[in-house]
Design a protein around this ligand. Structure first.
Ligand code: IMP
Length: 196
């Protein structure tokens, strides 16, 4: 019998994100990556908001390739830094910088700062036919004074989620995904997709 499982494109080639989305949508909706649809474009992320960047990526795929799709964008917002690095989290220490450079700069800027409050925010933009939808997930926490742990990526070694004594980099991916910004946004997306 023909496989009637609906398909949606996740506008990313990040293998970890694709795997996470497939896990959440397993048995309900098939998730394809950008390379699965032959898209190798370097999609610009030039907006000044997370929502703007997520929409750029989702619209790019819809307009050029014709697929229903979703895209995500994430930022770390640090209260004492007025919400920085925010939408610029990936390149906080400059274009082509490494996660280690970003963490180093962040800890320098936070040196002596008593207010360590921060949050990760993920925005997911979904395009289904002619309609656009936005889902958000966030997790509050603190920026630690030194890094700890080796799991995860990005700012994980210096982010301690609320009600935890461990940094994200000290948690298993399962424990992190259960409370993370992206896990929360992706589960909202999954709930919506399975209802519509
Ligand atoms: P992206 O929009 O998912 O590519 O995220 C932008 C940047 O935010 C990444 O390059 C990381 O620096 C940071 N980031 C996003 N998600 C996480 C996370 O789960 N842990 C730590 N850093 C993250």
């Amino acid at each position: 019998m023909e496989n009637k499982e609906p398909t949606i494109v996740f506008a990313t080639n990040n293998a970890h994100k694709i795997e996470e989305a497939r896990e959440i949508l397993r048995g309900k909706i098939k998730v394809k990556s950008l390379s699965d649809i032959g898209c190798h474009d370097d999609i610009p992320e030039t907006a000044e908001t997370l929502t703007g960047n997520a929409l750029i990526k989702a619209r790019w795929v819809k307009e050029k390739y014709g697929y229903d799709c979703f895209a995500d964008d994430t930022g770390l917002m640090v209260e004492a830094l007025g919400g920085a690095p925010g939408v610029y989290s990936a390149r906080y220490a400059g274009d082509h910088c490494s996660p280690v450079d970003n963490i180093k700069l962040l800890l320098e800027k936070m040196e002596g700062e008593k207010n360590r409050k921060a949050k990760f925010v993920t925005v997911v933009a979904l395009i289904l036919g002619d309609n656009e939808y936005i889902f958000e997930g966030e997790v509050k926490g603190l920026i630690s004074e030194t890094h700890s742990g080796v799991n995860g990526f990005g700012y994980d070694p210096v982010f301690v989620p609320e009600n935890s004594s461990l940094s994200f980099a000290e948690m298993t991916s399962e424990d992190k995904n259960a409370i993370s910004h992206r896990g929360r946004a992706m589960r909202k997306l999954a709930d919506f997709l399975t209802r519509n």
